[in-house]
Design a protein around this ligand. Structure first.
Ligand code: ASP
Length: 596
């Protein structure tokens, strides 16, 4: 590292050891602790590097200054490094053997101790809201400083890895046009073009594809994306992606690229590879497309087994072409009280579930829950599904329409995985692929990934021939050349091989119910570009914040963002969003401006 000069301090607060004894030093930092033992005064001075004890036995200055050294005031202390008295030595701290005997003291910035909303290091506790409103105070904590460092170091690793693989980082515009990724856009009204808006990119999807058409070959960017959607613990309205696009890429290439990058970021073994699971298998076995495979509780579809059942709930699910799934909790994993089983309804309710059917095997017999509807024949068939049968086993069921049954089975499985402490340490990755290209809802098709995703090779003919107006005309069975990378039950990235042929792209827009006029208006520039020589290409985007969450071992995305928003998308610190002034509104040509 270059030795830079010119700081107000000679050392930072985590640096001085016995090797420095006798040296004249200057330290700057926050007052972390102040001890007044009558004739003796000590301050623990803090910066992001650590703590150093300041002693005042030699201090010849105005002792009244010490009164201003409230916790969190910023001070400068000049003095000599001295050994601590034996009884004050602390070998757990880098600086624990020494102290600085202060000769000169300056208060650089006095903390208003009577009004500070909380003290990041104890004494005055913070509420959650205050931690966001006064984020700069919370940022002083080791936890958040470590997080910022982790983020920065990880970004650096990503940049190094990709640069070594010949990728170049290209910035793309923020004031742009709608880039559909399944969320609402954030829009910015234009002053210069009355009644026109820019849309903030939900991702740089069209731009990175245009970079490929522009001959860039390998692009990446660590960029902000904006999606106006309902927030959750692992979602923010603006978030960071590692966005990647590669010309002439195939899915196996993308997978090996992802493996290389994950190896560097998560410090994995050289022979690390990611297992592959198809979307259909993931849904069947785990009820979701981002299964947490750190634990078992694999699910089974048991419609056939309950055909003709006397249990009314299952019978009506079967009649309505719904789905019945089960999973086995063996004795070794745990057992359940009545209170437990009663509480499971609350786990499935948010997913549309009405209840959780179950039964238990005890001393060779079935008991509890729906046991009276489970005949020997049914039980035998259920047992044939799994090796985890036998005494003490519990079977839980999810039953509803297909979507709800999967969601409830997934929710209950995750709940039990953590409640029963079945989750193994470490990272478990999955490459989920073969997604359906489309979703059908409310009488129309939607792109499951985004409209630029290529159809799987073997499905192209059927796709091109399918009637977009006929929901049963085969489109539901078309699969995409798309993939997600999943870690510990989180989707940390997703991408696809792209459509690079204009006819296929036009068909895609048609299937999505867009008229030619709409396509031209929204994507004319892009569709035209497909005329002028396009390298086949593919890419992926990682959710950088989620990757950091996993590295940091936290479950809340706010913990890994320097200035996060609340779940209602507000910034408590700056009070954004805020009401614009009448002048701003007028300039932006809003009808309800001050003149109207
Ligand atoms: N643009 C996609 C997204 O942000 C990822 C990709 O297909 O590369 O989810």
């Amino acid at each position: 590292m270059t030795k830079l000069t010119g700081l107000m301090r000679t050392h930072h607060c985590g640096e001085l050891t016995e090797a420095n004894i006798g040296q004249e030093v200057t330290l700057c930092g926050w007052v972390n602790k102040y001890r007044n033992l009558g004739s003796l005064h000590f301050i623990d001075l803090r910066d992001k590097y650590g703590l150093t004890q300041l002693g005042f036995a030699e201090f010849k200055g105005d002792m009244a200054l010490l009164k201003k050294c409230h916790l969190e005031s910023v001070i400068l202390a000049k003095g000599k490094v001295a050994p601590r008295p034996d009884e004050a030595k602390n070998d757990k701290m880098t600086t624990g053997m020494v102290e600085v005997q202060v000769e000169e003291l300056q208060i650089l910035s006095e903390n208003d101790i009577n009004n500070i909303p909380f003290l990041p290091f104890g004494a005055i506790e913070a509420t959650d809201d205050n931690k966001l409103k006064y984020r700069y105070l919370d940022l002083r904590t080791e936890k958040l400083q470590n997080m910022l460092r982790l983020r920065s170091k990880t970004a650096q690793k990503v940049r190094n890895f990709l640069s070594n693989e010949d990728f170049i980082e290209v910035e793309t515009p923020i004031l742009y046009k709608s880039t559909p990724e399944g969320a609402r856009d954030y829009v910015v009204p234009s002053r210069v073009h009355p009644h026109h808006v820019y849309a903030l990119p939900q991702s740089p999807q069209t731009l990175k594809q245009l970079l490929m058409i522009g001959g860039t070959d390998r692009y990446f960017q660590i960029c902000k994306c904006f999606r106006d959607e309902d927030l959750r613990a692992d979602r923010q309205p603006e978030f960071t992606q590692i966005d990647i696009e590669v010309s002439f890429a195939t899915q196996p290439f993308m997978k090996s690229l992802v493996e290389g990058l994950l190896k560097d970021v998560y410090q994995l073994d050289d022979d690390f590879t990611v297992p592959v699971m198809s979307y259909d298998d993931a849904m069947r076995d785990y009820g979701c497309d981002k299964p947490d495979v750190r634990f078992g509780l694999k699910q089974y579809v048991v419609n056939d087994i309950f055909e003709g059942t006397d249990f009314g709930v299952f019978a009506s699910v079967l009649k309505e072409n719904g789905l019945i799934k089960t999973f086995f909790v063996p004795k070794s994993a745990g057992t359940f009280s009545r209170k437990d089983t009663d509480s499971f309804v609350e786990v499935v309710k948010p997913h549309g579930g009405r209840g959780v059917a179950f039964f238990k095997v005890e001393e060779g017999a079935r008991s509890a829950g729906i046991s009276k509807f489970v005949t020997d024949e049914i039980h035998e068939k259920l047992n044939a599904l799994s090796s985890e049968t036998g005494d003490g086993t519990w079977l839980f069921f999810a039953d509803a329409n297909e979507e709800v049954a999967h969601a409830c089975a997934d929710a209950l499985r995750r709940h039990l995985g953590s409640k029963l402490d079945l989750i193994e340490e470490g990272y478990k990755f999955l490459w989920v692929n073969d997604f359906p290209l489309l979703e059908y809802d409310d009488g129309r098709f939607y792109a499951k990934h985004h409209p630029f995703t290529m159809v799987r090779d073997e499905d192209v003919d059927a796709f091109m021939k399918a009637d977009p107006k006929d929901p049963e005309g085969g489109l539901k069975k078309i699969y995409a050349n798309a993939y997600d990378i999943v870690c510990n039950g989180y989707e940390i990235g997703g991408g696809s091989i792209r459509i690079f042929n204009q006819a296929v792209q036009k068909k895609m827009f048609e299937v999505l119910g867009m008229s030619e006029e709409e396509v031209n208006k929204q994507f004319g520039f892009f569709v035209e570009a497909l005329n002028y020589g396009v390298p086949p290409h593919g890419g992926i985007a990682f959710g950088f914040d989620r990757m950091i969450m996993l590295l940091a071992g936290t479950e809340n995305i706010r913990d890994v963002i320097a200035f996060p928003k609340t779940t209602s998308a507000s910034d408590l610190m700056s009070s954004a969003p805020s009401v614009p002034s009448a002048d701003q509104l007028e300039e932006l040509h809003f009808m309800w401006s001050k003149k109207s």
